[in-house]
Design a protein. Structure first.
Length: 280
């Protein structure tokens, strides 16, 4: 099988540091992470293809990522970019992105819903219209939400039954606090919608950065496996954000331990390929 990392980032810091990366706690990863850095890690664990995910709400970043993916010699086989979901001309924007350099590698759209002050942002009429436009363009929508936003996320995906959705990082469960509820309830509600998949990603940064173990992650990974099943669960490294708590290789080793042998083909490749309709 082709082993796929369905969630990673890249950034090249110039004179201006993105606002989200300026937080003091993120100082350890406040440097550039480029394609060559990624290759060293993917090669070390046998990952053969990746999905590059947006980091800032900026169309220019999306265009740059598409061009970088096209030049990656087949390593980056998909890009989850950003667009303004409330843009009344969103369909035309998506058409232009798809027609531009690397546009054939645009497989999804994401917005940092976790940062929105309005707890019901996903249910705004203009946002729901945007989600429908993303679906009409044949693209996935990645849900970046927190546990308290899961109920609203479920309502939103139920309002767009023609869409395909992917929950990023399992909605960032409270692993550090050792709590399963109400997160687990929200996960099962969302997973009841067959047009939603999930990423087994981002868990180590929700645990104690300095002292986490695979055992700490297991109860949460088990909930995701039971709720979504292997056919709707995909591996993501969340590199280089993961480096706050561990290396790419440690994330890989943890995921390999958490996923049963009979689910590995789906979680480490087939689900991402099918859900994002990857061509590489």
């Amino acid at each position: 099988m082709t082993v796929i990392d369905a969630h990673h980032h890249l950034w090249d810091l110039g004179a201006e540091v993105p606002a989200w990366l300026a937080a003091p706690a993120l100082a350890p990863i406040r440097r550039s992470y480029r394609l060559a850095d990624l290759r060293r890690h993917t090669g070390s664990v046998g990952v053969q293809a990746t999905v590059l995910v947006q980091t800032v709400p900026d169309l220019d970043e999306t265009r740059a990522f598409l061009a970088e993916a096209a030049a990656s010699e087949g390593l980056i086989v998909g890009v989850v970019g950003w667009v303004d979901l409330t843009d009344p001309e969103l369909s035309e924007t998506l058409t232009r992105l798809a027609a531009g350099p690397g546009g054939h590698l645009l497989v999804g759209i994401r917005h940092q819903v976790q940062d929105e002050d309005d707890p019901r942002w996903l249910l705004r009429p203009e946002v729901l219209r945007g989600l429908a436009a993303v679906a009409s363009a044949g693209l996935v929508y990645d849900l970046l939400v927190l546990p308290h936003q899961l109920e609203v996320a479920a309502e939103a995906v139920e309002a767009v039954p023609e869409g395909r959705f992917v929950l990023d990082h399992g909605a960032k469960p409270p692993i550090r606090q050792g709590q399963l509820e109400p997160w687990s309830h929200g996960i099962r509600r969302l997973a009841g919608n067959e047009h939603v998949a999930c990423k087994l990603s981002g868990l180590i940064t929700e645990a104690d950065w300095n002292h986490w173990t695979t055992a700490d992650l297991r109860p949460y990974a088990n909930v995701l496996l039971e709720a979504f099943g292997p056919q709707r669960l995909m591996f993501g490294s969340d590199w280089p954000v993961c480096e706050l708590a561990g290396t790419y290789e440690q994330v890989w080793d943890a995921a390999s331990s958490l996923v049963p042998a009979d689910a590995r083909e789906a979680v480490f490749g087939a689900t991402a390929r099918r859900w994002y309709r990857l061509r590489g």
